[in-house]
Ligand binder design. Structure first.
Ligand code: CP
Ligand code: NVA
Length: 303
């Protein structure tokens, strides 16, 4: 049974395979070719957190492939106490062909997948956001032509998005630089785990944002307070202020640098309007590509 709970579940070669398959399905889609390769297949999504891109991209993708999507909140599905989580997983996976979960606890997704009889995809947990990272590398590839030796600089919190991005960059031969304040960095042991799967992976921490962006082909931002951390918003605004991506910071980056963001963005915090709306921004290509990666992923898992 193939699952995608984090990119550690697949090999670097499989990361590249999913991105390539998604790119090829995207070019067919652009020529208005949709093949119903998953006719009658059912996607079930169960979410504990809000979502625009993830929910809609997965639902659109399954429809493009000839299947149908169902959505439930965790309350409706009864993930917490109506019956055991394992029983919810056993029952839902008898109906659905693939389940996407969005949760706080990553362990919940692991526990669900352990007894699921169909593939499970992580649509974001507190620890990982693998589908976002696959999307980001597809988008960088489209924007720069060739990924090899490119440099992705992530500024801000070393969170679920940053960690998945670090793995995906390593898999695709992209240098990853994290620029984060003390206390918000990715643990060295996490980078070591990536180096075990991709020996020689370039994973660097540079707390000075000006130094960090000097060699960037792309600079990447996410919110400073993730879903579930809202109470820390004011505290984080002060800590992360030097990491705002604005015109002054980007003046230290090479000409032609791209701006990326998984969205939703808090405009005026991690990024200014002039950058997210400016010519360097590829954030809406990223958003669209969530759908293409979803199609590639469903095809890869289910066909
Ligand atoms: N990027 C992303 O996962 O967006 P949503 O939270 O809207 O799904
Ligand atoms: N780090 C953010 C990503 C949102 C897509 C969060 O977890 O809320």
């Amino acid at each position: 049974m193939k699952h995608l709970l984090s990119l550690f579940d697949i090999t670097p070669a499989q990361t590249a395979e999913i991105i390539e398959l998604s790119a090829s399905l995207k070019s067919e889609w652009k020529q208005r070719q949709l093949k119903p390769t998953l006719l009658g297949r059912v996607l079930l999504q169960i979410y504990e957190k809000p979502s625009l891109r993830t929910r809609v991209s997965f639902e659109t993708a399954i429809v493009h492939l000839g299947g149908a999507g169902l959505f439930m909140t965790e309350k409706e599905a009864g993930l917490h106490g109506r019956e055991s989580l394992a029983d919810v997983a056993r029952v839902t996976s008898r109906f659905a062909d693939v389940v996407v979960l969005r949760t706080f606890s990553h362990q919940l997704i692991e526990d669900f997948a352990a007894v699921s009889s169909c593939p499970v995809i992580n649509g974001l947990s507190d620890d990982f956001h693998p589908c976002q990272a696959l999307t980001d590398l597809l988008t960088l590839q489209e924007a720069t032509g060739d990924l090899s030796g490119k440099t992705m600089v992530y500024l801000g919190d070393g969170n679920n998005v940053a960690k998945s991005l670090a793995i995906c960059c390593a898999d695709m031969g992209v240098n990853f630089v994290l620029s984060a304040p003390d206390g918000y960095q990715i643990e060295p042991s996490f980078f070591d785990k990536i180096r075990q799967r991709v020996p020689g992976a370039s994973l660097v921490t540079e707390p000075d944002p000006i130094k960090a962006v000097k060699q960037a082909d792309a600079v990447y931002a996410d919110v400073w307070a993730s879903m579930g951390q809202e109470a820390e918003t004011e505290k984080r605004k002060k800590i992360f202020a030097p990491y705002q991506i604005n015109a002054k910071l980007l003046a230290a980056a090479p000409q032609g640098v791209k701006f990326m963001h998984c969205l939703p963005a808090k405009r005026g915090l991690e990024v200014t309007d002039e950058i997210i709306d400016g010519p360097q921004s590829i954030v809406f290509d990223q958003a669209e590509n969530r759908m293409h990666i979803a199609r590639g992923l469903f095809s890869w898992l289910l066909e």
